[in-house]
Design a protein around this ligand. Structure first.
Ligand code: ZN
Length: 368
């Protein structure tokens, strides 16, 4: 956190700090406030509640303007980081989020660079600190959509594994498996390329080596006997999360994100947990479909490589206690709506093979 001192003076005159209103976040953010004070940087804080919404971004942008903030710092999980990222974009571009949002908005391009934005993740997995989009929810329409622009790439990603020490096991599981889903989907994506292949392999290797330990033993630092191994596990997961963000920003995602997008819009559930719930079945159905319809495609051996790197995905998801979809209230009668929305989603475009309705239904059925 002390690095803040060297970074902020050249980026602005007054910072807006966007962070979650949870007790844990309020505790965690104090060192950032001290670092800003030590750097002589005045700041105003804006608290977010749960996953980001259009309304919240509107409110945050107005608040930033009223306080004359010209620099934004997002501190927290993917939600706080995405909210901050969207506020930084709106601050310089003006207008309303709906002017720029895809699907439900006018989809106009952002023409001006965002206000300087520093992303400081406190979870390991979403990779939001290195991506150029922010996922915002519209509760009244029960959808989640992206604000997306090359201008939205954060100016600085400050990744400090110490911020993830003692992250609750449930959050470690959901965010860690979000990272894994992003790495796997980018690895078999139609837009995969040699650069993202290397990024994905390295990321999967780190998740395979460290996610279980971070989940099972991640708390109680620094009093555990094997604290060094736990510190390494937390570091691995922070790096894997960041790599997963780079992979998704430079390749694309697939059906797990295609499905978890609408699911997250329709049901209150953490994004990472939804991705994880469908991931093992998406991989199986994709492999089957690719073998049937993409005979000889170079994507086919990649499924075997994923298995070799990660072992049994279904077993991993179970070991990390990811709840089934029905625990969020998902029912069979919701499937047609979920499938329709998934097919129209941006993420689905990266899936290695175009999945048919019955294949998507099979994924949902098995994840239910
Ligand atoms: Zn994700």
């Amino acid at each position: 956190m002390k690095e803040i001192r060297g970074i902020v003076p050249e980026l602005g005159k007054r910072a807006l700090v966007v962070c979650s209103s949870s007790v844990r976040a309020v505790e965690r953010v104090q060192p950032l406030f001290s670092a800003l004070t030590n750097a002589g940087m005045p700041y105003s804080a804006f608290a977010t509640h749960g996953e980001p919404t259009i309304e919240e971004v509107r409110g945050g942008t107005e608040y930033a303007r009223s306080k004359e903030c010209d620099l934004v710092i997002g501190f927290g999980g993917g939600s706080a980081l995405d909210t901050g990222k969207a506020i930084a974009a709106l601050l310089t571009n003006g207008g309303d989020p709906l002017d720029y949002l895809e699907v439900i908005g006018k989809g106009q391009p952002l023409t001006k660079p965002s206000a300087p934005y520093i992303a400081i993740p406190t979870t390991a997995g979403t990779g939001s600190e290195v991506t150029r989009n922010a996922v915002l929810g519209s509760p009244e329409r029960r959808v989640k959509v992206s604000l997306r622009s090359p201008h939205m790439l954060p100016h600085v990603a400050l990744v400090d594994p110490e911020l993830t020490y003692n992250l609750p096991a449930e959050v470690t599981a959901a965010t860690g498996l979000d990272a894994l889903t992003q790495l796997i989907e980018a690895f078999v994506s139609v837009k995969a390329n040699p650069m993202t292949d290397g990024i994905c392999r390295e990321g999967m290797h780190r998740v395979a080596r460290s996610l279980r330990r971070a989940f099972e033993q991640g708390d109680g630092l620094p009093y555990r006997e094997n604290w060094q191994a736990i510190v390494t596990a937390r570091e691995d997961m922070c790096v894997a999360g960041m790599l997963s963000g780079m992979a998704l920003a430079n390749a694309a995602l697939g059906a797990a994100h295609g499905l978890s997008g609408p699911l997250g819009g329709m049901f209150a559930a953490p994004h990472g947990a939804l991705c994880a719930a469908v991931l093992p079945y998406v991989v199986e159905v994709n492999e089957q479909a690719a073998k049937e319809r993409l005979v000889g495609s170079p994507v086919i051996p990649r499924f075997e490589q994923i298995r070799r790197a990660m072992g049994d995905l279904g077993e991993l998801v179970q070991a990390l206690k990811i709840p089934p979809l029905r625990s969020y209230g998902v029912m069979r009668e919701n499937f047609p709506e979920i499938i329709e929305k998934a097919k129209a989603s941006n993420s689905m475009k990266g899936n290695p093979v175009v999945l048919q309705d019955d294949e998507l239904r099979e994924v949902l059925e098995r994840a239910l």
